[in-house]
Design a protein around this ligand. Structure first.
Ligand SMILES: C[S@@+](CC[C@H](N)C(=O)[O-])C[C@H]1O[C@@H](n2cnc3c(N)ncnc32)[C@H](O)[C@@H]1O
Length: 301
């Protein structure tokens, strides 16, 4: 098992890609390369294009002529595929969110368990950090961040606490933020509350919802008819976006019909019900517990 990251729903997601050994596949979230390795095992003369925006993931690269690695945000997938000579592909896999490695390196600021700078960038070259959000966003922007990313009931009080504290002194570290928010919830709920606050900040820092929207829209353009879209998400906002997009081709989930009442949509779901890890997988890997897998097939135009 990799200490960098243990792949989630590995068999189910690879099966969902329905791999053609001569086909072209995209793993937009390379991480430790667990899913990519399985794809390569099933390819003969096919190709795999892998993306990851985190420079650390390059330490997991595999020596394989069939693999092209792109260290960039997957929101630019379509352009990179074209530039690399793969304008159309047979399957796209996205295993969203952060890797265990990113959580486990305390100084990157993703985890409530360690003290570190309020950073939370997956792409170390980008300029927006959690410290910028906490110290420089106005109250309206903070309200959006905590509503969109965490759906927190007491976000008004949370924002007030942040604003009062930063008026005295900039909040620079994860432990300073935790201190500012102390006493806001019942002691038995502190870990859960902080996890949601950190999740909301991380989603904003990395523009995760915008990147996912761009990815889904581009998946429609680059997948060949019959090609597979396989997405593993870890929170309800993302899963709702994926579910709606697969159902209708838009993020609201509204079916578009032509004059004759036929539904126009780019994808058909392969699994009607969302796929979740079984108890054994969750027992072995607690990070799998919130995973939700959806698989869809690109329809003919
Ligand atoms: C859950 S891990 C993937 C683990 C991988 N499937 C494996 O089996 O090792 C998610 C990875 O995707 C990367 N990532 C997340 N959002 C991204 C984005 N918008 N563009 C590029 N990489 C992204 C993260 O840096 C992280 O390494």
């Amino acid at each position: 098992m990799s200490s960098y990251h243990v792949s989630v729903l590995l068999d189910e997601s690879i099966r969902g890609l329905n791999i053609d050994p001569e086909g072209v596949y995209v793993d937009v979230t390379f991480g430790a390369g667990g899913h990519s390795k399985e794809i390569l095992k099933k390819l003969k003369s096919g190709s795999l294009i892998a993306f990851d925006q985190d420079v650390d993931s390059e330490s997991n690269l595999l020596q394989d002529d069939r693999l092209v690695f792109v260290r960039h945000n997957f929101r630019y997938m379509k352009n990179h595929l074209k530039v690399n000579g793969f304008p159309k592909v047979d399957g796209i896999l996205a295993d969203l969110g952060v890797s265990s490695h990113q959580f486990d390196v305390g100084e990157r600021g993703f985890s409530t368990r360690f003290d570190g700078r309020l950073d939370m960038r997956m792409d170390q070259d980008s300029s927006l950090t959690a410290a910028v959000i906490v110290n420089e966003y106005d109250e309206v922007a903070l309200q959006r961040v905590f509503t969109e990313g965490a759906d927190l009931k007491n976000s008004k009080l949370l924002i007030q606490k942040i604003v009062d504290a930063r008026n005295v002194k900039r909040i620079e570290s994860t432990s300073e933020l935790k201190e500012v928010l102390s006493g806001m919830t019942h002691p038995s709920k502190v870990a859960q509350f902080l996890a949601r606050v950190f999740q909301a900040l991380r989603i904003e820092v990395n523009e995760e919802l915008g990147a996912l929207k761009a990815l889904l829209d581009q998946a429609k353009d680059v997948l060949k008819p019959g090609g597979r879209l396989v997405v593993i998400s870890y929170h309800s906002i993302e899963d709702r976006m994926v579910k709606n997009y697969i159902k209708s081709g838009n993020f609201e989930g509204v079916l578009q019909k032509d004059l004759y009442g036929n539904v126009n949509r780019p994808f058909a779901p392969i699994n009607r019900k969302v796929i979740m890890p079984n108890e054994d997988e969750i027992k072995d890997n607690s990070r799998a517990r919130s995973a939700k897998l959806r698989i869809a097939e690109r329809l003919h135009e």
